[in-house]
Design a protein around this ligand. Structure first.
Ligand code: NI
Length: 177
């Protein structure tokens, strides 16, 4: 396994639309393993392949404290969404920035697992938020796109400066995904 480099907003490669996976083979499983290690090392609770500059529809999520509940979503599709919830989000590609985003409260997602078998999952709360956040990444979207233009401009300026310095630690405990 390897820790991969994570693209940082406003890198234009975060805007590339990810392509569906044709066959879930060993190369995809290796990607999943590397993405999991990258997410655990960061640390974060979710990661989309686009964030490590691989433009395929692959997501990993683990909400456990001890890295024992890895969820893999290949070619995920939301088949149902209901209600709405607002929660504070962070993103491994937007280090040190946290903001409230409104998303569907409960969702149903259909995807392939690491063996290529199809499954369906109902999710709400933070898992629902995280799945929606990661599917956005596969579509070239970042959570700051939901904020006002002024806020987006401030975040871009801050992050471009940060690349030259060390990222400033944040006091927020919002999940990073
Ligand atoms: Ni993210």
């Amino acid at each position: 396994m390897a820790v991969l480099d994570v693209l940082t907003y406003p890198d234009p490669r975060l805007r590339i639309q990810a392509a569906p996976v044709d066959t879930v083979d060993d190369s995809i499983r290796r990607l999943v393993d590397d993405m999991a290690e990258t997410m655990y090392t960061a640390p974060g609770i979710g990661l989309a392949a686009v964030q490590v500059n691989v433009h395929k529809r692959v997501i990993v999520i683990d909400l456990s404290d001890d890295h024992t509940d890895l969820k893999v979503f290949i070619n995920p599709e939301l088949t149902k969404r209901a209600g709405s919830q607002e929660s504070e989000e962070g993103c491994l590609s937007v280090p040190g920035i946290y903001a409230a985003v409104t998303r569907a409260e409960s969702i149903t997602v259909r995807a392939l697992d690491r063996n290529g078998d199809e499954f369906t999952l109902d999710a709400n709360g933070i898992l629902s938020v995280c799945i929606q956040h990661e599917i956005d990444h596969l579509d070239g979207k970042v959570f700051v796109d939901y904020l006002s233009r002024l806020k987006q401009q401030r975040i871009r300026k801050k992050l471009v400066k940060q690349v030259r310095r060390d990222p400033t630690p944040s006091a927020s405990h919002a999940p990073v995904m």
